[in-house]
Design a protein around this ligand. Structure first.
Ligand SMILES: [Cu+2]
Length: 185
């Protein structure tokens, strides 16, 4: 094997070019797949993500979400269930005439008023961070809640909502679900 140096360099060069080309094209494919997955799971309800519930209550003169603090993995669909009374689940965001307390780029939501018992509203959480939300008719009565997706983050961190208090994100992460009773207790 008596390799001419020029020949060797040419071979090495073309191998390197091929490697870079392969690398960037597979990287591009991965990104495309990820975006497609995110889009389809945010559009549909359920999909491969899990589902969990938050109840909305009018009971004993109190108006509340239960659990008031909830941790979910990214991609989880949360079903808000109207257990009693009439309520909304509404994100703290400018399009809902509220200060922004959800991560930048996250989808906002507003269920509209749920009046029937057992009426539900689904929202898929596809962005990591901290989400504060409220009930439009009862936010002045501190009907508010917090959901942490993956890990705490975003504009909700460091302050409490203008209408009351919710559990600290670190506590939500460690306990996964914080009931209204235990938080009031
Ligand atoms: Cu309410």
């Amino acid at each position: 094997m008596n390799f001419d140096r020029r020949q060797y360099l040419a071979l090495a060069g073309s191998a390197a070019t091929a490697a870079i080309a392969g690398c960037s094209s597979s990287g591009g494919d991965t990104t495309t797949t990820t975006e497609g997955t995110t889009t389809s799971s945010s559009g549909g309800s359920g999909g491969s993500g899990t589902t969990t519930e938050v109840g909305m209550y009018t009971e004993n003169g109190e108006y509340y979400f239960d659990p008031i603090g909830l941790y979910v993995e990214k991609g989880t669909t949360v079903t808000f269930v109207n257990e009693s009374g009439a309520h909304t689940s509404t994100s703290y965001s400018e399009d809902n005439d509220a200060e922004n307390r959800i991560p930048s780029g996250a989808e906002t939501w507003d269920s509209g008023t749920l009046t029937e018992e057992d009426a539900t509203f689904d929202h898929a959480f596809n962005t990591t961070g901290t989400f504060d939300y409220f009930c439009i008719p009862h936010k002045s009565l501190e009907m508010i809640g917090r959901i942490v997706v993956g890990e705490p983050g975003g504009p909700a961190e460091g302050t409490m909502p203008p209408d009351g208090t919710v559990p600290a994100s670190e506590k939500i992460v460690s306990e996964k679900s914080i009931s209204y009773d235990s938080f009031q207790g």
